[in-house]
Design a protein around this ligand. Structure first.
Ligand code: IMP
Length: 521
């Protein structure tokens, strides 16, 4: 006979906070939102973020640009795994080198490469500056020039890299002039010699590289060896990053932290590549994390890569939490069916409201901690965006939240901005949608039906501005609750279910609203 739970599936949006007394002196600058996302062990400290937010591991949400932007703001980006192992590892490297002064892992293209390959690299990595080289060595070859993306759509896919370069080194330019001698364009080409791309010589200091960039108003500087092979790139924005982003989340060697997702199918090949690339934490991307497959995957990684923390999931019950905790996972993601693009509940009938799941799982987490001394952080994944719901998720026990739609609308997500009805939008699609599954159906283990949709969402601007506004609201909620950190929010929060009538009363009603200033709900 079926077992019927005596709980009702509820979600955060159904609750409101009742203020507790705000203590004197509790202001925004006294509130600490440090969030632990992986557990402390005898050998290592768990990963701590400055803000309790991570971006969803989705094609339409997290590439290197998003991960860098989030790490700069105090959160964490989780790269998607619905791509080849090589591409995902390349993205990890891209994040890891972002903070560096001399960047030694830039993505380069061969001089003979075709536009189709270069477009692919720009799309996959989010890089806009691609050096062109020639050579079959594993490091860079002879340096020819730079392609700056995006490549105009009218350039055909088989155009060679050489013809796309906008910035040339002097030697290349001289060769082109030699080749074109006597042609009608020779004069223009000779003029271009005077405008060749400056470069730094191997051994140059960062300060001197900066001086050259300032003098020539450059955003980047190639550093080449005596034999004209490319050694490093220096990017102006990296030099500014440290002073611009005091909340940065960095790991060893002061590199930005980054998470990368894996699936329970090709993990034996994917994990070594990601670890080699420098990933800080692995996230198992599965719509149902309470399976033997996930157990086997976790056991394998724990044995082979004991130094790399794993966040497992997704689960929605205390029973499933106990299972993962016993396997020694470092963090747990919960949520099934709540994602904005998710149709799992309709298709499979599985799922649960996030507050019911969160409360039950956090009770099990606390019980496990009392028994073992291990606090396993839990991350609420799916359905979030409005600041009040994020605050509610934390109050209900989550250590952090994972968001897709919220970050998908930001400037730094991979899809380009498109215009719909005169307004900027971005495309946002689920990992279980037909579009994402064109790569592979691995997250969902089946291809017969979809579990997600493709959608358009409003473009909301920069990650930094969105988080700034969202957290201004969360600080205000915490002040009303009288909480100075996440633990005290969970202890002090008094919440109440809201009826439809009082929800209506709580919104704008019976007036015609004139304009709105807020960009985030
Ligand atoms: P959102 O923040 O409400 O947009 O939800 C994002 C979350 O939805 C992700 O972190 C995933 O856990 C989940 N998700 C991503 N793609 C799909 C899908 O295609 N179907 C169901 N859930 C998905």
């Amino acid at each position: 006979m079926v077992t019927i739970s005596d709980k009702i599936s509820r979600t955060y949006a159904e609750y409101r906070f009742i203020p507790r007394k705000t203590p004197e002196g509790l202001s925004k600058d006294k509130i600490d939102l440090t969030a632990q996302i992986t557990k402390d062990t005898a050998d290592r400290q768990g990963i701590r973020l400055k803000l309790p937010v991570v971006s969803a591991a989705m094609q339409s949400v997290t590439g290197p640009e998003m991960a860098i932007a989030l790490a700069q703001q105090g959160g964490l980006g989780v790269l998607f795994c619905s791509q080849t192992i090589e591409h995902e590892a390349m993205m990890v490297k891209a994040v890891k080198r972002a903070r560096a002064g001399f960047v030694s892992m830039v993505e380069v293209v061969q001089r003979s490469a075709h536009t189709v390959t270069i477009r692919d690299i720009i799309e996959q990595t989010g890089y806009n500056v691609i050096p062109v080289v020639e050579g079959d060595r594993s490091d860079y070859g002879r340096f020819f020039g730079i392609i700056e993306g995006p490549i105009p759509p009218d350039v055909s896919d088989d155009t060679p890299a050489e013809q796309l370069m906008q910035h040339f080194n002097q030697e290349t330019l001289e060769k082109i002039v030699e080749r074109e001698k006597g042609s009608a364009d020779a004069r223009d080409l000779i003029d271009m010699i005077n405008d060749y791309l400056p470069y730094g010589s191997s051994g140059i200091s960062l300060d001197d590289a900066n001086l050259i960039m300032n003098e020539h108003r450059l955003k980047y500087l190639p550093i080449v060896n005596k034999d004209n092979t490319l050694k490093f790139m220096v990017f102006k924005k990296d030099l500014q990053a440290h002073t611009d982003f005091p909340n940065s989340v960095v790991g060893p060697n002061k590199r930005y932290r980054v998470g990368a997702s894996i699936n329970t199918h090709d993990y034996k090949d994917r994990v070594p590549a990601l670890v080699e690339a420098g990933v800080d934490v692995l996230f198992i991307d599965s719509s149902d994390g309470f399976t033997d497959y996930q157990d086997i995957c976790i056991n394998h990684i724990k044995k082979e890569f004991p130094d790399t923390p794993i966040v497992a999931g997704n689960i929605i019950s205390g029973e499933a939490f106990d299972n993962l905790a016993a396997l020694g996972v470092d963090g747990v993601k919960f949520g099934m069916g709540g994602g904005s693009i998710c149709i799992t509940q309709e298709q499979k009938g599985t799922g649960r409201g996030q507050s019911t799941a969160g409360l039950e799982i956090s009770e099990h987490r606390d019980r496990f901690a009392d028994k073992t001394g291990d606090h396993i952080p839990i991350i609420s994944d799916g359905g979030l965006g409005p600041a009040k719901d994020v605050a509610m998720a934390l109050a209900f026990g989550a250590d952090a939240v994972m968001m897709g739609r919220y970050f998908g609308g930001c400037h730094e997500s991979p899809p380009p901005i498109i215009e719909i009805d005169g307004k900027p939008h971005k495309e946002y699609w689920g990992e279980g949608s037909l579009r994402a599954k064109e790569w592979s159906g691995k997250r969902y283990g089946q291809n017969e039906f979809d579990e997600g949709v493709t959608s358009f969402i409003p473009y909301t601007g920069r990650v930094a501005d969105n988080l700034n506004e969202t957290f201004a609201k969360i600080y205000a909620t915490m002040t009303s609750v009288g909480a100075h950190d996440i633990a005290s929010l969970q202890k002090r929060a008094l919440v109440e279910l809201i009826s439809d009538a009082s929800r209506k009363e709580g919104g704008v009603h019976d007036v015609k609203e004139v304009g709105k200033t807020s960009t985030t709900p």
